[in-house]
Design a protein around this ligand. Structure first.
Ligand code: KG4
Ligand code: ZN
Length: 342
């Protein structure tokens, strides 16, 4: 490993509604970190407003980078920023700030793919007893993404399946809204579901019996909407709301486990299933995936919630993985892009 490979890396994340900066040493240990979730800015609109997000990133990110550098007291030897996929305004803010910083200090710059960063986050020191060896399976389930990937190494990801419509977190948020819960709705829906009977309502099992590894959540969401339409406005009993929430959550957990199980059977070189993204915080989802993994002889690796949701640590870490393979970080010419396969 070159001595450069051991230097500290500044990571920047601005692809959605988390503004984040982190400085990691060459081994991947966090020297300083700042993370600001913009939830309160977007909550009045019950969803992320791209223009508000971009302005909020611009207002906060420079100060957060300064704070991270001051706290760590170590100069970075490279800069890494998420360049996609995500909301273009935020990507422009983060990637260009990172590029400007790298240019001014004559440092290598790494344009990071956000999906790759989620997939590699499970290899950060301390996340798993043993960092998962390549190749492994990654299931990414968040508000914006739903992907099943064979992670073979930095820059080497084979997408096995993706959602045909909504991401699971998006489906949680939309069903939570129908049930009159706040935004983001996933955690509130999970709390409501805790007292519910998942089998009371006949809800469909998405993609039941379908070949392949793709996902779909809109049929399930519509089934919930159809049941709710049968109640007069404002007359949904708490019991029924809880049963519907539990039924919806159980079907999401079932379909995630079903698709993951199929992928574990097909990807016979893999032994670990990594799960990342905000929906990985859901206990029903985790336990369905844990059961599926152990049934297939796989180990389940779920990073802690702060690393599952968007953060700058995984962005810096991805650059560290690339540096270890000798990637010099010559990405100043890589533009921010809203769509970018891992
Ligand atoms: O990864 P994340 O913080 O942001 C991106 O979408 O990139 O994921 C947020 C999503 C939201 O849709 C939220 O409702 C969902 O994850 N979520 C949950 C839970 N916690 C967060 N969904 C179900 N159950 C939860 N406990
Ligand atoms: Zn994400």
């Amino acid at each position: 490993m070159s001595s450069q490979g051991h230097g500290a890396v500044l990571g920047i994340e601005t692809s959605c509604d988390e503004t984040a900066a982190a400085l990691l040493d060459g081994m991947g240990r966090v020297l300083a970190e700042r993370l600001w979730s913009q939830t309160a800015e977007h909550a009045p609109y019950a969803g992320v407003v791209p223009e508000i997000a971009a302005r909020a990133h611009l207002a906060r990110l420079p100060g957060m980078i300064e704070a991270v550098l001051a706290e760590a007291g170590v100069a970075p030897s490279a800069v890494a920023a998420t360049a996609g996929p995500g909301l273009i305004g935020g990507l422009i803010v983060g990637a260009h700030l990172g590029k400007g910083f790298a240019l001014a200090r004559r440092l290598p710059f790494y344009a990071i793919n956000h999906l790759e960063a989620h997939a590699l986050s499970a290899r950060l020191p301390g996340v798993a007893d043993e960092p998962p060896a390549f190749p492994y399976l990654t299931l990414l389930v968040s508000g914006g993404h739903c992907l099943l990937v064979e992670t073979r190494g930095p820059g080497a990801h084979a997408v096995l399946g993706r959602t045909l419509d909504d991401a699971p977190g998006e489906a949680f948020d939309k069903v939570a809204k129908m049930l009159g819960l706040g935004w983001p709705g996933g955690p509130a829906l999970e709390r409501l579901a805790a007292g519910g009977d998942a089998e009371r309502f006949a809800l469909p099992r998405p993609m039941l019996g379908r070949e392949g590894f793709d996902f779909s959540f809109s049929g399930l969401k519509t089934a919930v909407a159809t049941i709710l339409a049968g109640y007069p406005a404002g007359a949904l009993p708490q019991r029924d709301a809880a049963d519907l929430a539990a039924g919806f959550q159980a079907r999401v957990a079932w379909t995630l486990a079903d698709r993951a199980r199929r992928a574990m059977r097909a990807a016979n070189r893999c032994r670990v299933l990594v799960v990342s993204g905000g929906v990985a915080a859901n206990r029903a989802v985790r336990s369905a995936l844990a059961e599926a993994a152990s049934g297939e002889g796989f180990t389940l690796a779920v990073p802690p919630p702060v690393l599952c949701t968007d953060n700058a640590v995984m962005v810096a870490w991805t650059a560290i993985e690339r540096r270890r393979l000798g990637d010099p970080g010559a990405d100043l010419g890589v533009p921010p892009r809203p769509r970018w396969a891992p």
